[in-house]
Design a protein around this ligand. Structure first.
Ligand SMILES: Nc1ncnc2c1ncn2[C@@H]1O[C@H](COP(=O)(O)O)[C@@H](O)[C@H]1OP(=O)(O)O
Ligand SMILES: [Mg+2]
Ligand SMILES: [Mg+2]
Ligand SMILES: [Mg+2]
Length: 386
């Protein structure tokens, strides 16, 4: 079981004179056991890895196909639903619990219509094939109804009590369609707090992004990040290498920091990020990639800052940040809204946020918060509707 070690020394004071008494307690070491989510973490890694396998198959077929145009939404639909059904199925099989609760992005309403039966059949075959390729489940062929039920198990509202799994079966749909970055993002809430998170990023290079140095892992892609509260963040290849511990970039100097943001300008205000970066003195141009792969890349130190400022009116969902948030915080980083408040995952399916999400290391956060405040106030003076 993972544990956190705290060391401290302590001195007593006389209640009459307020002078220190002449002895010290010896340095003590306290072992605070983490709550222990090992079983859940193993299940989550297995579920996300299998879902990644399913998504990779669909993305490969999509990119090789001469027939389907990239704007065709159907392959993405098949992969989204397939990934959600698969994760739900694996978690239930691995954890064997009666109180299974899943907050997930997709639901089966569209698949229950008459016109969707062919799509549903494709999804059912994909899920069955992926499960059989793993070989660890003795499944009689899955029925369409099994798949619909598995997808609909993601309708939970979450909240502050008990345990809830939180899933984005494909985060970064646009990246998936382009053949770029996407992630399968799975987290676990316990009493409103994220206690574990797994990010499977099938197209993320094992070597650092943006590094100009030659690296032995240069051409290998497919990363699995996993984090458990109090136990740090690890990365391994989706092919199954052993996990290594990762840490956020520790730079204190914004001039050495590079920053991540959404590839899609529709998802985040690029001009606001540029103005924040300028105020901070960041020299490097933004690194624009899709999905929570940004959180993974940041957790292993590829860049030092992630800025996300959705357009007015957009409400962030918990499945878009739960796994990414713990992957970064357990690697030593901080995730807050633009006002410096920690993200609150206990409010149901949505996050209530002040303006945007910012991520960096402990040392840069005060400078970053100031730059964010200044840039937002300048922008709102120029455009009062922000
Ligand atoms: N208008 C929008 N503004 C911000 N985020 C969005 C918007 N539309 C979809 N998203 C979600 O943003 C996330 C990806 O953002 P990015 O890749 O830019 O970081 C995804 O969760 C995506 O949903 P989805 O899970 O359906 O892909
Ligand atoms: Mg998403
Ligand atoms: Mg999604
Ligand atoms: Mg979506």
């Amino acid at each position: 079981m993972a544990s956190t070690v705290l060391s401290f020394s302590c001195q007593l004071f006389s209640s009459k004179t307020r002078k220190p008494l002449s002895f010290f307690f010896p340095r003590k070491t306290l072992y605070i056991a983490s709550m222990g989510y090992e079983k859940e973490l193993i299940a989550a890694k297995k579920a996300a890895s299998l879902a990644a396998r399913l998504c990779q198959k669909v993305q490969k077929a999509l990119l090789q196909s001469d027939v389907q145009s990239k704007s065709d939404k159907s392959p993405v639909t098949v992969a989204d639903y397939g990934s959600q059904a698969l994760v739900s199925f694996v978690l239930r099989r691995e954890l064997l619990t009666d109180s299974f609760s899943l907050v997930a992005e997709e639901d089966s309403a569209d698949l229950r219509t008459d016109g969707a039966q062919e799509t549903l059949e494709r999804i059912t075959k994909l899920v069955s094939d992926t499960l059989s390729s793993d070989g660890s489940y003795d499944i009689s062929p899955l029925s369409r109804e099994d798949v619909l039920t598995a997808i609909d198990s993601g309708k939970s509202e979450g909240g502050p009590n008990g345990r809830h799994w939180v899933l984005d079966p494909i985060d970064g749909t646009k990246g998936f369609l382009r053949g770029d970055q996407y992630a399968i993002a799975l987290g676990l809430l316990d009493e409103g707090k994220v206690v574990l998170g797994v990010l499977a990023c099938p197209n993320l290079p094992l070597a650092p992004i943006g590094s100009t140095q030659q690296h032995s892992l240069q051409n290998q892609v497919g990363c699995l990040f996993s984090a458990e509260i109090g136990a740090g963040t690890h990365m391994q290849s989706l092919d199954g290498s052993s996990p290594t511990k990762v840490h956020v970039n520790s730079t204190e100097n914004p001039e050495d920091a590079s920053f991540f943001e959404s590839f899609e300008a529709a998802h985040s205000l690029h001009d606001l990020s540029s103005s924040i970066a300028m105020k901070l003195g960041v020299h490097a141009p933004p690194v624009r990639i899709d999905s929570q792969a940004k959180y993974g890349a940041l957790a292993r130190g590829d860049g030092a800052i992630y800025l996300r400022f959705p357009h007015k009116g957009y409400r962030e969902k918990i499945w878009d940040h739960a796994a990414g948030c713990i992957v970064v915080t357990e690697a030593g980083g901080i995730v807050t809204d633009a006002g410096g408040n920690p993200l609150d995952f206990s409010k149901g399916r949505f996050l209530d946020l002040d303006t945007g999400i910012i991520v960096t290391n402990q040392k840069l956060m005060p400078l970053l918060l100031k730059a964010v405040r200044d840039a937002i106030s300048e922008k709102s003076q120029a455009t009062p509707s922000l």
